[in-house]
Write a protein that binds this ligand. Structure first.
Ligand code: ATP
Length: 319
């Protein structure tokens, strides 16, 4: 991380002279570095004659040591990147390089953050959480059943603990507050799911983001909901511990042990929805989920079950 950013992160004013002295460079060198921070990281820096430079909003940077201190229940090795294409992509590269799982990849920003089916996840610098946990799975398919729903539940619980009591679930793997998206989940798998494989549990959570023109659906953040700046290290640590405990339960007892709790927190339970798979659409009413995490819909009086990564749920206007 740039030393200049370390000095500015408190959100206070710092004079060009003081910054220059601290870094042992000229004021014009500081000016150039500030412009770079703005251009490369999209940071907004106020420049006020006579007072100096100030970040528009103070930031707390991610710290592997702080996260380890705050989440004793989940002793995962943590890698923190200032900037990366995608934490999931990095996690997959690390698996390729024989990094030993479990381990966690975090980044201050993603330049190519991804959602499902090649969609983009908006990932500005130092505002949100971009989190990819890698697990080695050698227990066969049962270990993967409903896993993305389990991650959603853990994210929802961590958010509730951190000031967002209205967080709830949308099948299969979004976390919403009312209709607004606050977190997304993307699982990616390498290896043979019937034998030994690695699964990347990718999570994006909007934490301190207050504005963006780049998200093309309704969204919110912890800060917008809780009305205060949130320490991302603390939220990552809570997520680690909550997730570790759900994963342990899932591994021991399977998804069926979590099914009921998931359903109780499904915001669209009983709602009229359309289920979309490419160009196909099915209208129905949400009955719940089954013991594998598949969606149960009442379609014209008959219960049908749907699963698979290509499915999207939308509320119907009449619901
Ligand atoms: P689905 O119901 O199929 O999951 P989705 O639109 O929620 O649909 P995802 O793949 O889960 O799709 O997430 C990607 C989408 O999320 C993007 O197309 C965009 O609309 C939205 N998005 C991108 N970045 C963010 C963000 N930081 N916060 C909230 N929403 C975002």
């Amino acid at each position: 991380m740039s030393t200049l950013l370390e000095l500015l992160k408190d959100g206070r004013f710092h004079s060009g002279q003081a910054l220059g002295q601290a870094l042992g460079v000229s004021r014009s060198a500081i000016w150039k570095q500030l412009q770079l921070l703005e251009a490369e990281l999209g940071l907004v820096i106020h420049k006020v004659r006579g007072r100096g430079y100030q970040l528009a909003s103070p930031i707390t940077l991610l710290s592997a040591a702080e996260i380890a201190r705050l989440s004793p229940e989940s002793a995962w090795a943590v890698q923190v990147f200032d900037s990366i294409d995608s934490t999931n992509a990095q996690a997959l590269r690390s698996v390729d390089q024989a990094c030993s799982a479990p381990f966690l990849v975090l980044a201050e920003r993603q330049t190519a953050g991804r959602g499902r089916r090649g969609r983009k996840w908006v990932s500005p610098f130092a505002e949100n959480i971009y989190y990819s946990l890698v697990l080695r799975v050698d227990g066969g398919m049962r270990q993967l059943e409903g896993l993305s729903l389990v991650v959603g539940l853990a994210v929802m619980r961590a958010l509730r603990e951190c000031g967002v009591p209205g967080a709830g679930l949308k099948w299969p793997n979004d976390v919403l507050v009312a209709q607004k998206k606050i977190a997304g989940i993307l699982l990616e798998l390498v290896g043979d799911p019937a034998d030994v494989c690695h699964v990347v549990l990718g999570v994006g959570i909007n934490v301190n983001m207050q504005s963006t023109n780049d998200v093309d659906q309704e969204w919110t953040s912890v800060r917008l909901e809780a009305g205060k700046l949130v320490d991302r290290n603390h939220l990552v640590a809570r997520l680690n511990d909550v997730l570790a405990s759900y994963l342990e339960r899932h591994q021991r007892r399977g998804f069926s042990a979590i099914q009921e709790e998931w359903e109780q927190n499904h915001l669209w339970q009983g709602r009229a929805v359309s289920l979309i798979a490419g160009v196909n659409k099915v209208d129905g009413v949400v009955v719940g989920i089954d013991r594998q995490g598949a969606l149960r819909l009442n379609v014209e009086g008959e219960e049908k079950v749907y699963s698979g990564g290509e499915l999207s749920l939308r509320l119907r206007d009449d619901s």
